[in-house]
Design a binder for this molecule. Structure first.
Ligand code: IDP
Length: 137
């Protein structure tokens, strides 16, 4: 079993699509280990996305991720990291496969409805950024 970290982003929560995305998560065989609704502050969002600091879209990304509440998720299944990236679809919803979260619920490359860790190493770092060990069971 493998774990990954996911976020239902502010656009999807505000649009009332969180339930649909959770249904897709469960339909694809993920176990929800932990779930929390939270309005991210700037320091939390900037720390989470520190790898993108200095990029042209960083400010836009932080403004977006702090504009309203998100849903933070710890997910578990076989091959969780790759499988969740597959269920989410490409970063740019225009390029995402039909039926993926981003194709269904994303508006553009910035406002793309969901986040997923891109490696097992980053999944462990991101899970630890948002959840305590005792919550992950
Ligand atoms: P990923 O979320 O598919 O792993 P990354 O390239 O790591 O994609 O980018 C992180 C997030 O930053 C994206 O999900 C998206 O919300 C935002 N982002 C990426 N590229 C752009 C861009 O060109 N303009 C605005 N926002 C962007």
């Amino acid at each position: 079993m493998e774990r990954t970290f996911a976020i239902i982003k502010p656009d999807a929560v505000a649009d009332g699509n969180a339930g649909n995305i959770l249904a897709l998560i469960e339909k694809n065989g993920f176990k929800v280990l932990a779930l929390r609704k939270q309005h991210l502050t700037r320091p939390i969002a900037e720390g989470f996305y520190a790898v993108h600091k200095g990029k042209g879209f960083f400010e836009e990304l932080i403004a977006f991720m702090t504009e309203g509440p998100v849903i933070l998720l710890a997910l578990e299944r076989e091959d969780a990291v790759a499988k969740w990236r597959e269920v989410m679809g490409a970063t740019n919803p225009e390029k995402a496969e039909a039926g993926t979260v981003r194709k269904l619920y994303g508006a553009n490359i910035g406002r793309n409805a969901s986040h997923g860790s891109d490696s097992q190493e980053n999944a462990a770092i991101e899970l630890a950024w948002f959840f305590r060990g005792y919550e992950l069971n």
